[in-house]
Design a binder for this molecule. Sequence first.
Ligand code: FCB
Length: 437
Amino acid sequence: MDNGPSEKSNHLFPPDFAWGVATSAHQVEGGNLNNQWYAWEKKGHIKSGDRVGLACDWWRNAEQDFDRAQELGINALRLSLEWSRIEPEESRWDSAALDRYRAMLKALQERHIRPFVTLHHFTNPLWFEARGGFGAPKSVNLFQRYTRQVIAALGDLCADWTTFNEPNVYAALGYFLGEFPPGKKGRFLQAALVTRNLCLAHAASYRTIHAAQANANVGWAQHFVAFRPRRRKSAVDRWLSAFVDRHFNENFAESILSGRAPFPLNKFGQHLAEVKDTCDYVGINYYSRLRAGVALNSPRTLFFQLTVPPHKPQGDSGVEIPYGEAYPKGLRRAAKRFAAFNKPIYILENGVPDRDDRIRPWLMKSAVKQMRKLLAEGVDLRGYFHWSLTDNFEWNEGWHLRFGLIELDPQTQARKPRPSAELYAQIIRESRNGFGG
Ligand code: FCB
């Protein structure tokens, strides 16, 4: 018999636990034509051939989805701001764009939903990209100036800020794997320099927010992949797996938490003492497990491969490559890794591409189980954000991968809840009822 989402009571979840959903501007707003992701799309880099189009039409009508979020009992919602709307040309600030964001944040507050605002979620204004993006040292000041404008305009409506979404993905996919703009491949050193500027921009932004807002809660979102060696008996696969685990999963985080310069810059005597301890929490985005193996015959993939054994639970596959093994236990591994730094933890993203909702319900129940364990172990876990409320434009996979609790037809904009939507509502209700008993 199915006893609902959890076998045990959820009383471990604190009453102010943030039960949320996460989104990002480019993926949901529609009509963002002034950033490098749209330029990338126009060049034909979306593997599914899809166009972002209206996305989820949030620029005109996010409120209809906020109503849906409220109906599910969600008390927190993570969204991002589109820098290219706020500063469409260098030093020109668009007050109408800031007003629209004010309206969105107010709409969330009216629905008793706590906004978590991300300042940078992968997209850069075209003018900024043309100046070298985060490869350019000037990027640090430019990002700080943008932060200042945002806090002045929106600071009274939000206290929870995420500076950067997945700086480790931004650097690795943009400068090493060539999957994201600017599409550079094998530029290990450049990726490290970009990471260094991201760290400095984060720290400058952190200080700017705190100078303006006494109660600010500021962090970033670290992407975590549960790696393991493809062939356990192979010493090179074991080495590779440990290497990517350290240099992908801890890249950026290590610098913010300890002041060490990103690898390999630390080996050349560089330090980043000024970024140490510039976070109030660690945000974790966790999705999957991948096996790392050396592949000497595969120069195209830089002599290594990330694979998933076919018999393992998986959501839908990407256009060219598998998305990863759905492995909920990795959530606990990620949280424990960063709990060692003694900061509160938020799971800022977790989910699975699953158009037919085959394994999402299992994944969500398993995530709750992992979180209950973490709380029982004393980990200071403050929130969980499911990615995502509705299907949205999944970067270079386009509309091919569907992460929504609610199904979306991008043509008609029709929405239809998947069974997981009601399950999430039930999980949230149970966690609240648990407090009485
Ligand atoms: C994360 C991204 C987010 C979304 C999910 C599926 O890595 O932060 O924008 O694409 O993956």
